[in-house]
Design a protein around this ligand. Structure first.
Ligand code: SF4
Length: 430
């Protein structure tokens, strides 16, 4: 434990809320300092507005009084970089500056090591691309998978720490920030599609040609259940996500019940990418109880386009089923439009998709995503100009209707990300 005096920089709301947590971790202030002169020579107030024993002094006076000091930044994390630069500029040696969490400044990514992606490969982040160092073969031995996962995570973090150029370059999620020094914990356990999963749709962008091989499906389900059981040993509040074909058809009712029980009894959440062609009482129950959520890629606003893009002519049934789920939990049902070049990239379908979102009374954003080569997981190419025009139309329409929306950038070329982010920031006059 440090015996040096701890001067806390920032006597505001963040400190008022977090002080008890920091003190419990052994980080207790000797005094505070703050840029706001009106606080100087007063006592720090806690969350309830009561005075604490801690004086708030001007920075230099605090340092003069406690020359054997460490300066802890007690402001929100988003300000740490700017405040650090300011303090160094004000003559505070960098080795005197501390943070209220164990962090290091480096390149990193919030999804690295927090998203365990299990499909035909084992991936250590949410990128669907087969990037060097970020994926490996998946084993039948569940423990080996977790070991390999964390080995690869540690390796990539060390590469980023030492400023090596890695396959993360060019990813929108890579950025300099304060990253925790501890190994990340998995917060999302994801099961994507493999060839043995089953689906009753044939979406144009999927290309997995999923078959109904009963024996292979049961083996796959068994492995998924074992993986969840292993995950439950190490987490208390994560999410299990399913996009394994049509999950409600890839599991038997008994398997799905077992999965739901595991998730519920371990306090986890469940998120399912379903095509909503069948209504599941078990799924509805998870929505009602508050631990489940679903996303449905409708990819159309009309029956004709739906049948063409999804390979199954059941548009009305799907919308009816979503409406039933939405009636139970409007904040846990998401709908998405995956734009496919030359198939559904027209204003009429987008208009109708947004009307469906209106009618469903969802409190979740309408999402726009883009088809990628999910079969080969190759790096994204720039979008055709017409796709960008339609995506901009979607953004503009949502803004005009004051509807919350989201754009899924993960499968896009950086050039298109910049273009669409700009469109999101643009004010459209109507
Ligand atoms: S590829 Fe992107 S999402 Fe994956 S670890 Fe690298 S920066 Fe993060």
């Amino acid at each position: 434990m440090d015996r040096l005096h701890k001067i806390f920089y920032g006597a505001g709301r963040e400190a008022a809320y977090k002080l008890p947590v920091w003190e419990a971790k052994g980080i207790s202030p000797t005094c505070f300092t703050d840029a706001d002169q009106s606080k100087h020579y007063t006592k720090f107030m806690d969350i309830y507005g009561d005075y604490t024993p801690y004086n708030i002094l001007p920075l230099q006076e605090a340092i003069n009084k406690y020359p054997d000091y460490l300066l802890y930044i007690s402001l929100t994390k988003s300000s740490w970089r700017d405040i650090t630069d300011y303090l160094i500029g004000a003559g505070i040696p960098q080795d005197k500056i501390r943070y209220t969490e164990p962090v290091e400044w480096r390149k990193g990514c919030a999804h690295l090591g927090t998203f365990m992606n299990n499909d035909a490969n084992l991936r250590i982040c949410l990128s669907p691309l087969l990037l060097e160092g970020l994926h490996c073969g998946i084993s039948d031995n569940i423990e080996d998978n977790f070991t390999n996962y964390f080995d690869n995570v540690t390796k990539r973090i060390n590469e980023l720490k030492s400023e090596q150029l890695t396959s993360c370059e060019g990813c929108i999620h890579l950025k300099y920030d304060f990253w925790n020094t501890q190994t990340p914990k998995i917060n999302t356990l994801f099961f994507g599609s493999v060839h043995d999963d089953f689906c009753n749709f044939k979406c144009l962008y999927c290309g997995k040609h999923l078959k109904n091989n009963h024996e292979a499906l049961r083996q796959r389900a068994k492995k998924i259940i074992e993986t969840i059981k292993h995950y439950c040993k190490t987490t208390i509040n994560g999410t299990v996500m399913f996009a394994n074909g049509e999950p409600l058809l890839s599991f038997t009712n008994g398997e799905f019940d077992e999965i739901i029980n595991l998730i519920k009894s371990n306090g986890l959440r469940m998120h399912i990418a379903t095509n909503a062609s069948i209504y599941s009482e078990a799924m509805a129950g998870s929505l009602k109880e508050g631990f489940g959520s679903i996303v449905v890629s409708i990819d159309a606003g009309t029956q004709k386009t739906f049948a063409k893009v999804k390979g199954n002519d059941c548009f009305e049934k799907v919308v009816d089923n979503i409406a039933q789920y939405a009636g139970i939990a409007p904040g846990a049902v998401f709908i998405k439009y995956i734009l496919v070049e030359g198939e559904n990239d027209n204003e009429y379908d987008i208009d109708n998709f947004i009307l469906i979102h209106d009618k469903l009374n969802l409190s979740t954003p309408a999402a726009l995503s883009f088809a990628m080569d999910f079969e080969n997981c190759t790096a994204p190419l720039p979008l055709p100009e017409h796709s960008l025009t339609i995506a901009t139309y979607f953004i503009r329409l949502c803004k005009e209707k004051q509807k919350t929306y989201s754009i899924v950038y993960d499968y896009l070329h950086l050039k298109d990300v910049a273009y669409l982010q700009q469109a999101c920031e643009t004010e459209y006059d109507e």
